[in-house]
Design a protein around this ligand. Structure first.
Ligand SMILES: [Zn+2]
Length: 137
């Protein structure tokens, strides 16, 4: 992103923003930094993030998505996952579903072949809550 003289990222940062869940695509990308901080912490010493998703991965996703915004949301979102989020985390983001209102499930494939599923819900103060899903055996 830094060496590109044609494109720029336009970022509008906030905290405890009830209208933004981590990020919101637009000409100016809205990023709720308290939501970013709610994701698992990035481990700079690990090759692959065992938590699946990370705070830095999400920040890179939102920034990269805006950087690629000229292609429209779907293209920018896909590039943000592949070129930024997956690359930063050393994982592969899988499916996303909404099992019920206010609940989002995101799955991630780790380099060791195991998968991690995270549940994202809205907290009481405009900040998301991210919880690993434990599967019943
Ligand atoms: Zn996106």
């Amino acid at each position: 992103m830094i060496n590109d003289k044609q494109n720029t990222a336009q970022i509008d940062l906030s905290v405890r923003n009830r209208d933004v869940t981590t990020g919101y695509f637009g000409d100016w990308q809205k990023i709720d930094m308290s939501d970013v901080a709610a994701w698992p912490s990035f481990d700079p010493h690990a090759d692959s993030q065992e938590s699946g998703a990370t705070d830095i991965g999400k920040f890179m996703h939102e920034t990269g998505e805006n950087f690629k915004r000229k292609g429209g949301y779907h293209s920018a979102h896909r590039i943000a996952i592949m070129q930024y989020e997956n690359a930063v985390n050393g994982t592969r983001r899988g499916s996303e579903s909404v099992p019920r209102r206010g609940v989002v499930l995101q799955s991630f494939l780790l380099k060791n072949g195991t998968s991690v599923e995270l549940e994202i819900t809205n907290g009481s103060n405009g900040v998301i809550v991210v919880t690993p899903v434990t599967k019943d055996k």
